[in-house]
Design a protein around this ligand. Structure first.
Ligand SMILES: *Cc1c(COP(=O)(O)O)cnc(C)c1O
Length: 495
């Protein structure tokens, strides 16, 4: 399986190891496989008797053909171990009214980013070897909260790799901030940014496209890579849990083999839902993909009228990991449906004017698969409360944005398919807002988890419980204009 850039201006036909090593293609595009592998019902039946790690090895082997089967098994077994994820890394939970939840937050940092970022370092270091790369990799991360922590945890003390994380200092939850500030590991650095997530992401993108910067790093024996979902190595492991959920729904009698399901995904950078779309393209029986956004509804508007317009106010919400105006992975969808040339044209328009428009035909092609719903703060809070009261099931603010969207979609379209809703974080990661929503009680972020546990009876995950005893290591907050310099300082700190 070979990889190409979404924009067609970079060497094509590169290996998956090369795509994972680089993160971003040289023309600024994203790497995509040249074709999408197809599966059948037999493949699904086979998956149903396997462990999550074995399922992951099956799916990854279809895309990462330059990796040996043994390498993949070793990577998936190491990543999705009982020690890291407990008994089941991706359990499905049946609620009433035809809704099934897929919980993706049983990893070390308690959000779904662990599903990719626990395995990605294993794929990454193997990719460096396969490419004969001898320089040290510097992974730059812009985070809206959860990616940063998951990348730090995934790459901590990995030889030949260091990680620099930027987060918007007022744009993440207290818990997210504390998780990052207390991160241990010799090869890691974290800075807050005065600005929002898009500022952090744009700063990182600017560093990536600065050839002079790359030269200075290279002189010091360092090169840049990414752990954001623009990296294929981050995206491909996310395909796995859609398959895993489907076969688990089959095994527990929720659906028949081959029966279609709808899926709702709480969306920010469009990585998670795009992985779901790839699963659908591979042949997993998925009907609609409901793209759930919070008050930052740029995707809702896009999926409804074909206009992507980032020139709009940015809202800081109680689901901060979805506070995004530029959803990078949408580029992969545009590429897959409309080709390289059109993709380049639209991305150029986005860069120059901050917006682009699809034709009517293009919009119809997208609407065949996707529908957008946006959930405001009030409905998000209400859905947390209702779900706890009716189902005794506690959800976080991001998952609530999705569950609320799923219910409105099912009502609006009298949808009859079983609905899978992706649950992306433990309620304890956003404990203060969950507590307020479910029980109407205000507490600061230090005491909220304990109060929430008392009132809900839902056990707090161990990594959250342990956070109070950790020391704050990374305190720095810097201006956007200092990102490049700080990065260089960190990258070349030994030489
Ligand atoms: C990152 C994140 C999302 C958004 O996922 P994307 O792949 O960026 O669309 C949703 N919920 C949580 C909790 C997250 O951490």
């Amino acid at each position: 399986m070979k990889y190409i850039s979404t924009r067609g201006g970079a060497p094509s036909g590169v290996s998956s190891a090369y795509a994972i090593k680089c993160g971003l293609a040289q023309d600024g595009g994203l790497f995509m496989p040249e074709k999408i592998p197809k599966i059948n019902n037999e493949f699904l039946e086979k998956l149903s008797s396997l462990s999550y790690a074995e399922r992951a090895a099956e799916i990854l082997s279809l895309f990462l053909s330059d990796f040996e089967r043994d390498e993949l098994c070793e990577a998936t077994c190491g990543a999705y171990s009982k020690e890291k994820f407990g008994d089941d890394p991706a359990p499905v939970i049946a609620l009433s009214d035809g809704i099934t939840m897929l919980e993706l937050w049983h990893g070390p940092t308690c959000a779904f980013k662990d599903m990719a970022l626990q395995i990605m370092p294993r794929l990454f270091t193997r990719s460096l070897k396969k490419c004969g790369e001898e320089r040290e990799a510097l992974i730059l991360v812009a985070t809206s909260g959860d990616t940063g922590k998951a990348a730090l945890e995934g790459y901590r003390d990995t030889a030949g790799v260091s990680v620099k994380v930027f987060y918007p200092t007022d744009g993440v939850s207290q818990m997210q901030k504390l998780q990052m500030q207390t991160q241990e590991g010799k090869n890691l650095s974290v800075s807050g940014i005065k600005g929002n997530f898009d500022d952090a992401q744009n700063g990182v993108k600017a560093i990536f496209s600065d050839t002079d910067f790359a030269k200075r790093l290279d002189d010091g024996g360092v090169f840049l890579s990414s752990a954001n979902s623009i990296n294929w190595g981050r995206l491909v492991p996310q395909i796995v849990y859609y398959f895993s959920a489907y076969v688990d729904m089959f095994s527990c009698g929720r659906i028949k083999m081959g029966e279609k399901i709808d899926v709702t995904v709480p969306t920010g950078n469009f990585g998670n839902i795009f992985a779901g779309f790839l699963a659908k393209e591979m042949g997993l029986p998925i009907g609609r993909l409901v793209c759930a956004s919070n008050k930052n509804d740029v995707l809702t508007e896009f999926l409804r009228c074909g206009r992507y317009n980032r020139n709009r106010p940015f809202h800081a919400t109680i689901s901060p990991s979805m506070d995004i105006l530029i959803s990078s992975n949408l580029e992969r969808l545009i590429f897959l449906l409309f080709g390289q040339e059109r993709c380049r044209e639209l991305m150029e328009a986005l860069r120059e004017r901050g917006e682009y428009r699809l034709t009517g035909d293009e919009l119809s092609m997208i609407q065949e698969h996707f529908i957008g719903y946006s959930t405001d703060e009030e409905d998000c809070a209400l859905c947390i409360k209702d779900t706890f009261e009716k189902e005794k099931y506690l959800i976080d603010t991001h998952t609530s944005v999705a569950l609320s969207a799923a219910k409105r979609y099912m009502h609006d379209y009298k949808a009859s398919l079983e609905m899978l809703v992706i649950s992306t974080a433990t309620p304890y990661k956003f404990a203060a807002d969950v507590l307020k929503s479910a029980f109407g009680i205000s507490a600061d972020s230090t005491s909220a988890p304990r109060v929430l546990e008392e009132l809900s009876g839902v056990i707090m995950p161990q990594p959250i419980a342990a956070l109070g005893e950790k020391t704050v290591i990374h305190k720095g907050v810097i201006g956007r204009e200092d990102m490049a310099e700080k990065t260089l300082e960190f990258a070349l700190r030994r030489g």
